[in-house]
Design a protein. Structure first.
Length: 202
């Protein structure tokens, strides 16, 4: 079986994301990085993604993680899962991780809202001319920013006075108030259903 097809059958990857992961050197076969999507593998081979062994027909997991600021670390128990949308090192907040390829594909094709609690280095003065960004002012230096299809790095380029940023929601999942930085929990069945409904896959 070709390596990229094996990855698809694990449930983690679409065809495109499987080929991209291989070409970026994120996949190892029996301890060796393989950069050829058409490399032949079998179920007896040990195949790893970012150091975590993956197999066909693995259980699907859905995780809510509170990323602390100034960190790119993921707990080892969830390192095999892929973020729907990551955060830059300096920022904190909600990251949803899953190995459900259908959810990943629907998320990146859809128009899901992300909400951020933002602190500015100076009083808010930006008038962002972008229909995919909404700023709701809380105080002179704080606001809730809602985005659609805008990554955090793009947002910071548009609004360079952003000092601190915390993602508090990836629609419809809200960062739990009792979840501490660096900790994670499994999503409830209700949260999984709500996410899939907003993504229009159920």
């Amino acid at each position: 079986m070709m390596l990229f097809k094996f990855l698809q059958k694990t449930g983690y990857f679409s065809r495109r994301s499987a080929i991209r992961a291989i070409k970026y050197g994120l996949i190892k076969v029996n301890g060796k990085i393989i950069n050829q999507p058409w490399f032949d593998v079998s179920e007896e081979d040990k195949i790893t993604f970012k150091g975590f062994e993956i197999k066909m027909n693995m259980p699907i997991d859905y995780i809510i993680y509170y990323k602390p600021p100034n960190s790119t670390y993921f707990p080892k128990e969830i390192k095999h899962l892929i973020p729907l949308e990551n955060l830059p090192r300096s920022d904190e907040g909600l990251i949803i991780l899953t190995n459900d390829g259908q959810v990943h594909r629907a998320y990146h094709k859809g128009f899901i809202k992300n909400k951020y609690l933002v602190e500015f280095s100076v009083p808010i003065s930006e008038n962002v001319n972008n229909q995919n960004i909404k700023i709701s002012q809380i105080s002179r230096n704080k606001a809730i920013i809602t985005t659609i299809k805008i990554k955090v790095n793009q947002l910071k380029k548009m609004i360079p006075t952003i000092k601190k940023l915390k993602r508090i929601e990836t629609e419809p999942i809200v960062l739990p108030v009792d979840l501490k930085p660096g900790k994670y929990r499994k999503m409830t069945n209700e949260e999984i259903i709500a996410l899939k409904r907003i993504l229009d896959i159920i």
